[in-house]
Design a binder for this molecule. Sequence first.
Ligand SMILES: [Zn+2]
Length: 117
Amino acid sequence: MHEMSIALSIVETVVSKALEEGNGRISSIDLLIGKLAGIEPQSLKFCFSAAAKGTSAEEALLFIDEPEGLGECGDCGKRFPVSFYYAECPECRSLRVNIVSGKEFLIQSMTIEEEGE
Ligand SMILES: [Zn+2]
């Protein structure tokens, strides 16, 4: 499953980062997942909780920001919202549309709690 391998790589990234910062527990993770990224947030959350079991990210909450898709026409330069990879320019009907936003996938930030005494 696609989301599972993504979840595993997120866990790996945040756990090694937490280790660098003193091995505290991770309380939250902010993700940016564009609507065109091909990642299902609900499914990712589900996979994440399985992938994070037994790690310092086990109790982390996932906050997912989902930027809308935005296309730019390669012919007339118009920008417009898109919900699929293949879009048609509403202005000139061109199919030379570049996706300029909505494909993002990154870990924006994470919160690590200091380990108690
Ligand atoms: Zn156009």
